[in-house]
Design a protein around this ligand. Sequence first.
Ligand code: AMP
Length: 559
Amino acid sequence: MENRVSAGTPTWPDRLAAEYTAAGYWRGKTFGTLMWEWADDRGDDTAVVDGAVTLSYSDLAVQADALAEKLLGTGLARGDKIVVQLPNCWQFVVLFFACARIGVVPIMTLMPHRDHELVHIARHGGATALATPSTWRGYEHEQLAHRVGEAVPAVRTLLVVREDGAPGTPSDGCLDLTAMCIPAGDADERRKKLDESAVSSRDVVTFLLSGGTTGLPKLIGRTHDDYEYNARRSAEVCGFTAKTVYLATMSASHNFSLACPGLLGTFAVGGTAVLVPTPSPRNAFAAIERERVTVTALAPSVAKHWMDTLAADPGRFDLSSLETLQIGSARLATELAKRVQPIFGCRLQQVYGMAEGLLCYTRLDDPDEVVDATQGRPMSPADEIRVVDSNGNPVPQGEMGLLETRGPYTIRGYYDAREVNAQSFTPDGWFRTGDIVRVHESGNLVVEGRSRDIINRAGEKISAEEVENHLYLLAAVQHAAVIAVPDERTGERICACVVLHPGTGLDLSDVRAIFAEIGVAQYKVPAQLEILDALPLTPARKIDKKTLRERFSEKVKAG
Ligand code: AMP
């Protein structure tokens, strides 16, 4: 079978692709085709609400076509990649579908990413374009875009959205993305022309970023076939219908809000997606009241913040339209889970998954005690999971072990990452998630922790190794070990344990200064600094992070 998935992305064996297609998991449709099917079916229904801007399904298709034509006009073509750093805004949605229509592949990044991350991502991904806001929450992204363009000359096309979403006049060398979405000329003609674009459903539709264990993020190529199934099956399991009003409050460029079921799952069933730029309770609660939102997705730390806000001012906000609150992306404490229904007056759904694929959901009809205490079970009958020890042997039922998985929407390897792939995937295609889980008596999974060295700060995954590498740029640092310690507000925080060269000193402001100097995302800056005479070692003479974690987590509890 012809395989046209973008080069560099390992793919499923043809035998499995045929099976997944025969079983109806893969439908052989691109998001560009679907976008028009939806528009033809439910033209005037509202697809997107972003503040005062409302797009019907027809508007979305017509605007995406207009933008697609303009993107082609800049010289972009099928297989080209565009780094996308946009907040939740209607232009993000139009850009996603415009790219899907012509086979240009967005690489999704997060708003806090700075020079260090964007340059790496653009270079590693071989991107030729970049989309950013002009400014965002006081930061000059347009200037950042120019710096990325200088560092990575292949990035020639810079697309800018004004922070207020209106058309604007960007600086020299940048194009106004908002203006490019405004349709002109004959929409039917354009549709016909774009229908001829040779995009295959086996192509990569988007690159997501990995949580990152080895320094900078790896690129996760998701195909039209597998990602469409990801969104459609999620919508089915989560009971989404045409009446669903989904609020995207966490970043829409993250898998959770994009496709679990997120925006794409909402569109798959003809619902409405409401976008807010930040998960601040004030914004989100106003949008829930105004748009009668039925479901939203949050990281546990944000859910806790929302709960505290509601508890502090009971009766002030009308969230009665909410039917389901999805919480995931980091472990939700059972005690907190139990408070969701009484405080929000809606049911809780726990979500455990990863941008690499596998998604587990508690089901809407699971008993309360199962919803509160587990992170759900795989959504697809074709998901394979196994729980193994460090030698790869299955552990006895109910015991903790490492989760491995494969299936119709779990990738078979990261983009252009031969060595990492050899570690993260078995030769027969199982993805080693690095998560430690056990199977609960209900059959659902409980996530107990992870074997990989990652800090999960409010759902943002930070590689300890990357932070250590930055710390070594400080002249005073002789040894560095970065660990996660529990944090009231963010779930986990970054704690840097360092040994200094004799006669030197260091405090957190020095650490902040070096991170700012190299242009690293703010959320990766350690919040806690511990200076030690020596780092504890294991018998194998590796740094004993377990001891460090115990020592400094205790300190947090005691403090
Ligand atoms: P990401 O690819 O950014 O979605 O991160 C995926 C990782 O987040 C998983 O491998 C887990 O380590 C963690 N994670 C996601 N959801 C949960 C959850 N509900 N409970 C515990 N950890 C989670």
